[in-house]
Design a protein around this ligand. Sequence first.
Ligand SMILES: Cc1ncc(C[n+]2csc(CCOP(=O)(O)OP(=O)(O)O)c2C)c(N)n1
Ligand SMILES: [Mg+2]
Length: 272
Amino acid sequence: MGGLIEQLRALGTLRLAAMAGVGLAVLGLVAWLAGQPQTTKAGEPAGDSLALADRWRQAEAAVQALLDQELADEDGEPALARLLSRLLPAGLPVLLANSSPVRDWESFAHPGAPPRPMHGFRGASGIDGTLSSACGLAEALGDLVLVSGDLALLHDANGWLWRSQLSGRLTVVLIDNGGGGIFEQLPIRTEPAAAMDFERLFAMPQPVDPLALAAVHGVPGRRVAGLATLASDLAWARQQPMALLVISTDRRRDAALRQRLRTMAAAQVTPP
Ligand SMILES: Cc1ncc(C[n+]2csc(CCOP(=O)(O)OP(=O)(O)O)c2C)c(N)n1
Ligand SMILES: [Mg+2]
C-alpha cells in the first residue's frame, strides 16, 4: 500500500490532507473541483439540472395529454390500465401480474389516479403462482384487486381453491387476449405466417373458459361488455368475497396501438 501511495504521489495525482487529525487521501478531486466554474451556490441545484427537470416535466405533461386524447375512445389494454387506475378507490391495494398488466399500468395508468399500495413480483417467478400470490396478499391485507393476463391466471388455476378459506376479499380483473399478448410486441411474426407458427409457439391460446373454471370453484364472475360498463361490474364484484371479471381484448391490435403511442410519445420529447 505504502509503495502504491508513493507511486501515486510521484505521479502527482495524490494529495494528502490532514483534516481533524484524520489523514484524507484525495486523488486529485479537490484540485479538479476547485478548477471548475462555480455555477451553483451551496445547497442549490445547478442551472443545468433545473433546466433538465423542467424539460422532463414539460415532456411528461405533453405525453400525458397525448395519452388522455388517444385513449379516450379506446377499449383495449392501455385504455383499461388508464381507466382502472382511476376507478379503483384510494387505499385499495392492487397486485399487477407479470407480462403486459404490470407494463401497461406503468406506462398508461393515469398520473392523477388515487394513491394506493401497488404490488408486483417482477423477477420472482414469471407468470407462475399469480393467483395464489394474490390470495395470500388478500388474506394478509384484507382486500386486493389482482389484474392478470389469461395465461398467468390459468397457469395457477389451483389458486381458486383458496375460495373456501380466504377471509380477505379478492377481485380478479382478467385481461383475456387469447394467450401471451406480450409476444405480439416482438418482431417475430413471419411472412408468410406459416413459416413460423406464432400462435402455437408463442401466443399459446388455451381452450378454457375462465368463468366456467372459476365457477367450478364456487367463484362468481362476469364478462365485462366494454370499458363503459367496467365501473358497474366492479361495483358488483367488490361486493363478493371473491369474484372474477373478464375483459376480452385484441392482443394484435393492442400491440400496434402501444407501438403507435410510443412513437407519438417520443415525438413529444425534444432533444437538448
Ligand atoms: C412460469 C413461467 N412460464 C413461462 C413464462 C414466459 N412468459 C412470459 S410472459 C408469458 C405470457 C403471459 O400471458 P398472459 O398472462 O396472458 O399475459 P399477456 O402476455 O397476454 O399480457 C409467458 C408464457 C414465464 N414468464 N413464467
Ligand atoms: Mg394474455
